[in-house]
Design a protein around this ligand. Structure first.
Ligand SMILES: Nc1ncnc2c1ncn2[C@@H]1O[C@H](COP(=O)(O)OP(=O)(O)OP(=O)(O)O)[C@@H](O)[C@H]1O
Length: 244
């Protein structure tokens, strides 16, 4: 689904990523984890087509990626909600080019807002929402277009532990209902192990480790000791990388 071949990226003359080759299977989930500044967001922006590789190529769904794709949805760190639009209109914005009638739009939007626990907030503005509610609006806006690739940049980072867990379960449920290719940047080892089928550890613009995660997809993973063993393994690798 996603193929990177010898990709590098430089901001002005400074190379911050690569060369890096990577293959992500269609319908799988992939966590990107690593220390601050190692290039996770840059990689995600490249996958979104928001940045163009300095060298190398990226293919998504067998097509060269030369611009953002309509079927790829992205939630960036700032969420990109428009403060002057209501929850409903922020989500509806994703379908602005779809030529749906007002009623068709409502039929599509209201069930999704309901699923995400946002129906009662549909006429509220972003500043009237909590951090977790804003994250869910951003997720609703991306899901309404049925993306085949979903890219998340620290989607749960600003949230308290319980809200974070709820959102992680919601992301897993959404994935189970409609498995898209999900790539997410996280600073949380637990989030990587809970949501990542493949866990990619990055360091200094390179991939230092790629792990396949047998615990992925299990709703009650956090009830099992193996989950924490996997977390410890990743913690160890991250520490080893930083000691280099
Ligand atoms: N617009 C920019 N211009 C110049 N350098 C940049 C720019 N954006 C990022 N960088 C540099 O590129 C490198 C990678 O940044 P990136 O944001 O991809 O890292 P990250 O792993 O996502 O970090 P964090 O976890 O802190 O969000 C860093 O050294 C950063 O300073």
């Amino acid at each position: 689904m996603i193929e990177l071949s010898n990709v590098t990226f430089s901001y002005e003359a400074k190379r911050v990523l690569g060369p890096l080759s990577l293959s992500i299977q269609a319908g799988s989930t992939c966590a990107l984890i690593g220390p601050s500044g190692c290039g996770k967001t840059t990689l995600l922006h490249l996958l979104a087509g928001l940045l163009t590789p300095t060298e190398g190529t990226i293919q998504v769904a067998q097509q060269p990626l030369i611009a953002p794709r309509a079927q790829t949805s992205v939630i960036l760190q700032n969420l990109g909600l428009l403060p002057w639009k209501t929850v409903y209109d922020n989500v509806a914005l994703a379908l602005i080019n779809s030529k749906l009638s007002k009623v068709q739009l409502q039929d599509k939007l209201l069930p999704l807002l309901d699923t995400l626990g946002l129906k009662e907030y549909s006429s509220k503005y972003p500043h009237q929402l909590s951090g977790g509610q804003k994250q869910r609006v951003a997720i609703a806006r991306t899901l309404i277009t049925n993306p085949d690739v979903l890219l998340l940049d620290e989607a749960t980072s600003a949230l308290d532990e319980i809200t974070k867990e709820k959102l992680q379960h919601l992301i897993l449920d959404i994935y189970h209902q409609n498995p898209m290719t999900l790539v997410f940047v996280t600073h949380s080892i637990e989030e990587a192990v809970f949501l990542g089928q493949t866990i990619i550890i990055m360091n200094n613009g390179h991939i230092s480790h790629t792990l396949s995660n047998p615990l992925f997809g299990c709703n009650d993973a956090k009830e099992h000791l193996d989950f924490y063993k996997q977390c410890l393994e990743i913690r160890k690798l991250l520490k080893e990388d930083q000691a280099l």
